[in-house]
Design a protein around this ligand. Sequence first.
Ligand SMILES: *Cc1c(COP(=O)(O)O)cnc(C)c1O
Length: 371
Amino acid sequence: MLLMTPGPTPVPEFVRLAMAGESLHHRTPEFEAIFERARKRLSDFMQMPEVLFLASSGSGAMEAAVTHFCKKRALVINAGKFGERFGQIAAAYGKEPIELRYPWHTPASVEDVADTLAKHPEIDAIFVQVCESSGGLRHPVEAIAAAAKAARPDIFVVADGITAVGVEPLKVAGIDVLITGSQKALMLPPGLAMLGLSADAAAFLEEQSGVGFYFNLATELKNQRKNTTAWTAATTLIIGLDAMLGHIEQMGREVLFSQTLRRHGAALAAVRAIGLDVYPQTPALAMVSLYHPKASQFRKWMKTEAGVNAAGGQEALKTSLLRLNNMGLITPAQMGWSLNALELALDAAGERDYDGTAIACFSRDYYKGSQ
Ligand SMILES: *Cc1c(COP(=O)(O)O)cnc(C)c1O
């Protein structure tokens, strides 16, 4: 089965093999050397001066970011399940979140953010997804960060980059905390959360004793700067991460990004060529997100007949969205076959006669450029 969901993504063989060695104890020079290298590689990869690992899924890093970087009141961008989650976490910790809500295909407005900050001087942190995976939507995070910092230089900007880190060369100016997780573009099994910190965010943590116990970022910062973790590290996942980042260093970060961009452009051209609607107004490169009332019927056919596992939507869009992963080291062959399967599914559902347009269009665009 071809796993084409936008997380979890398939784990490449070289990563599985790297993780298949004998178990290492986490408090040993052998593991600490790997930890140190993975930490350095991640910091270079994210272009953030400091990084922290947590043994949890991505939501653990979201929670830790809320508890440490919002002391008074949170501003949350909510255009889907993950934006909603920041609001739920902030509410759970009494940060009285102010939510800016948008339909799941509509990017946040920078003006709305600026207006809200002007009205509410008590807001000290803003939380936003780079890519809101629920609809495959790209928010204008760079412009939001710039506007927030211009209005209030000491505000913390927390960006959930779980489906953006490793997908595109993010401009991190103005972002204080950049979150990612193992099971998306980094193509690792789930269970490792990562936070990139700006120099200001790291300095802020140095001055405090931190919040909570397990997810205490001040404790983690002290330990991780010494190449260890406060609690047992997710050793196997960190070994896998080191292998993945080493691989990306060799191929070149910009090669990964340009392949992702080309695949995305070619895939969107292909789905439009067979008459499908791309759902988000500003599509993120992480995935191909389509709206069709028969989306769940297409998905079912793709899975049972063509061996392609695509994701559906959530809540109101549960049966009408179809999402294909475009993150990581997905090959043109995998994307091409998935689009071909989608076109066949349209035929099986009586929507459009199959004529090979999707794969032809994808191949032409990917290999010969859009014409
Ligand atoms: C997957 C994802 C998360 C994290 O979810 P977990 O299940 O906790 O790993 C958070 N934000 C976005 C945008 C995601 O795509």
